[in-house]
Design a binder for this molecule. Structure first.
Ligand code: 3HC
Length: 287
């Protein structure tokens, strides 16, 4: 049983909107925050499109879609998070931005045993926890994109996360959201990105050096290893800015060349070629 009923999601980008959607579909009251009205609208539309897609594929009835939408509300004011039982932070993968969110959440979230979680891919949970006066209630809950489809959530306690916070978070993820938990130490990249990011960067280096074309690299892994998508298309799905940010955090933590972002990735991010979300990355999505 979970005592978590009111969830707050900070950030309505790819991950935040997916997290808000799965929470609303699980019957929870969900409040979504973004920094301005445009970003909030974009998030709301992304959630509505994803719910419509689930209706079209027969996974969700129209009534359940409407009920899920009815359980969601949207605000640009984090002050409205006072009554939340759990808040999941899913803003951009930028340390200072996340630290600022945690400092604010600590001030505004009123319930004494509320859990403050981060969906960070790579920033140490300990740093985020120390931006609050309640580090025992801060934990990492790392979802995977697309959140409504992928079953995994990494659970990352920091050195100071309380046993109660860990148990309640795990009960929530498994019992309420119906996802599977793997636990990881609080090390940049956790389990999945520690393995995935070097693979994606290797594919980018392979393309950059003229070793093989993007299509051949991706087809190699799809047809040769039965992956659902190749590494370059996956980097486009994750977002090249996020891929770079995660690689940078891991490089900073371990100083290993295998986590160092190759120049092609840096130039593409500078150029605004961020993958699917910007319409172009290694592939063109404008059509
Ligand atoms: N939102 C909701 N549902 C989606 C979706 C989305 N964005 N994209 C696809 N789906 C659903 C579809 O509705 C479909 O459901 P159905 O089977 O009931 O009809 C199902 O997923 C399969 O979709 P499609 O048939 O359109 O396409 P594919 O079979 O090619 O699957 C995919 C698309 C689910 C994205 C699949 O290619 C995949 O799993 N790719 C790998 C994704 C992955 O590795 N993600 C992890 C990224 S790492 C990460 O997130 C961590 C971060 O920290 C970096």
């Amino acid at each position: 049983m979970s005592d978590i009923r009111r969830v707050g999601v900070v950030g309505a980008g790819l991950m935040g909107s997916g997290i808000a959607e799965v929470c609303a579909r699980a019957g929870l009251d969900v409040l979504v925050n973004e920094i301005n009205g445009d970003a909030l609208d974009a998030g709301r539309q992304r959630i509505a499109r994803s719910l419509d897609r689930a209706v079209r594929s027969g996974k969700l009835s129209e009534a359940d879609r409407d009920a899920a939408l009815g359980r969601m509300s949207f605000t640009t004011d984090l002050g409205e998070f006072a009554d939340r039982d759990l808040v999941v932070e899913a803003v951009i993968e930028h340390e200072q931005t996340k630290l600022d969110v945690f400092t604010t959440l600590d001030k505004v979230v009123g319930r004494e045993d509320a859990i403050l979680a981060s969906n960070t891919s790579s920033i140490p949970i300990m740093k985020l926890a120390m931006a609050t006066r309640r580090p025992q209630q801060v934990i990492g809950l790392h979802f995977f994109n697309p959140v409504p489809v992928l079953k995994l959530v990494e659970l990352i306690p920091s050195l100071l996360s309380g046993a109660d916070t860990q148990a309640r978070s795990e009960a929530f993820v498994t019992g309420v959201l119906g996802k599977t938990v793997v636990r990881s130490q609080d090390r940049a990249g956790f389990v999945v990105n520690a393995l995935l990011i070097p693979y994606l960067l290797s594919a980018i280096r392979m393309l950059e050096s003229g070793f093989a074309s993007a299509e051949d690299i991706d087809n190699g892994m799809v047809l040769g290893c039965n992956h659902p998508m190749g590494p370059l298309r996956l980097a486009d799905l994750i977002g090249l800015d996020t891929t770079k940010a995660v690689a940078d955090s891991m490089y900073e933590e371990f100083k290993e060349p295998l986590y160092s972002a190759p120049p092609l990735l840096l130039r593409m991010v500078d150029a605004g070629l961020l993958g699917r979300k910007s319409g172009r990355g290694f592939y063109d999505y404008s059509g």
